[in-house]
Ligand binder design. Sequence first.
Ligand code: CO
Length: 213
Amino acid sequence: MRSLAHLLENNRAWAVSMREQDPAFFSKLAEQQSPEYLWIGCSDSRVPANQIVGLLPGELFVHRNVANVVTHTDLNCLSVLQFAIDVLRVKHVIVCGHYGCGGVGAALRQERLGLVDNWLGHIRDIVGKHERRLAGFRDDDARFRRLCELNVIEQVVNVSQTTIVRDAWVRHQSLMLHGWIYGIHDGLLRDLQITAERPEEIEPLYTACLAGS
Ligand code: CO
């Protein structure tokens, strides 16, 4: 197992099948990438970004971390966002969470997992912010599901507040933000209806997203 031969073998078979479908596939990609979408998702192995939206290499720029968190001081995430918007000029930023997210669940249950607990402090902040809303759920599963959704909604707001997105909107660059959640149990994405392409849209959308929950 030192060389992970089975993975390298899979790779060769995949490259062959891609070339069979389009002999110029890799040579075209080697010249440039021009993805229209930036995906900010969870690292969870069950949520493979390209596959679930049916996009090929070259079509989706991707950033993933535990629990799809966007914070104002995470140089890694901000650099991806800046490169995607300013250099690649993606037209859409999709924040995609998922139900059953281990990171969100650990924050909700206040589990101790190690270093990652510090990262999940961002989720615990969301739990605190929506404490009363979450306390209204009698069913633990329903509360957990709602927190997974609230996390996406909050992260879309965080994306909208970055200097990168604000500057893009000031210069009238076409850029739309989306908040989605994925069901591991059924393979389906749900749109959380926080789709914004102008700064003034965020607040009313945020309020509408929280209404009735
Ligand atoms: Co997750």
